[in-house]
Design a protein around this ligand. Structure first.
Ligand SMILES: [Zn+2]
Length: 231
């Protein structure tokens, strides 16, 4: 058991009783955690969700419900709630993160990616994080080689965690050329850095990743529909 502070973000508050709550947080040092917050709802309102900052907590060894002591938000990330385009996308990111990530499993890269949203690049970051989450969990497919003919293909389907190019007429979730191009560009840093994503391309990406996540996780994601309606 120990008291510590770590950078982190509160992504969900579940009212417990009176003014206490269970906070779900993602931290830099400890990954996903649950915290008991005695006074989460005051007259000034609840704890701010989605803004990264420093969380002061007491880590319990024999329980997965840890104790919250304090949170100091980082003003550099106020845009995470004041910019609607960013907060809207964070709902989906954290919904998937909450399902995929295990408690106390640190992922430094994921933490870094969560801090990447800006007013300029928000269209590009969401599919990037979803791809990382799926990849780390071993739930993503090899997008480079058709599992049937061994060719590359410009579009195709994913079925049972395998990519099947359009020449081989697969079944499953359809991947449009632009979506496949985006996925294949992720490891190519130079190309990916200079890539611009339009609203239409983002819609295709989100549509694919939502469909893929729901199928891989065997769960309906609440934030998909809202996000696709509001993009
Ligand atoms: Zn093929």
């Amino acid at each position: 058991m120990s008291r510590l502070s770590t950078r982190g973000v509160i992504y969900r508050l579940i009212r417990y009783s009176d003014d206490s709550a269970i906070a779900k947080v993602y931290t830099e040092d400890l990954g996903k955690l649950k915290l008991f917050v005695p006074k989460a709802f005051t007259k000034k309102g609840g704890l701010p969700a989605f803004i990264p900052g420093v969380i002061d907590l007491y880590l319990k060894e024999n329980s997965d419900l840890n104790r919250y002591y304090g949170f100091e938000r980082d003003p550099a990330y106020y845009k995470y709630i004041s910019t609607h385009d960013i907060s809207l996308r964070l709902h989906l990111v954290f919904e998937v993160l909450d399902i995929i990530c295990q408690e106390r499993e640190k992922d430094v890269r994921l933490w870094k990616y969560l801090l990447r949203y800006t007013e300029e690049n928000y269209r590009k970051v969401t599919p990037y994080i979803l791809h990382h989450l799926l990849q780390e969990a071993g739930l993503f497919f090899d997008p480079y080689v058709c599992s049937s003919c061994g060719g590359e293909g410009e579009s195709g389907h994913v079925f049972d965690n395998e990519f099947i190019c359009s020449n081989c007429a697969g079944k499953g979730i359809y991947i449009k050329p632009a979506v496949l191009f985006y996925i294949r560009s992720i490891p190519k840093k130079e190309i990916f850095r200079n890539m611009k994503i339009t609203r239409e391309q983002e819609i295709e990406l989100i549509r694919f990743f939502c469909e893929y996540c729901q199928s891989a996780l065997e769960q309906k994601l609440k934030s998909c529909r809202t996000l696709l309606e509001l993009i």
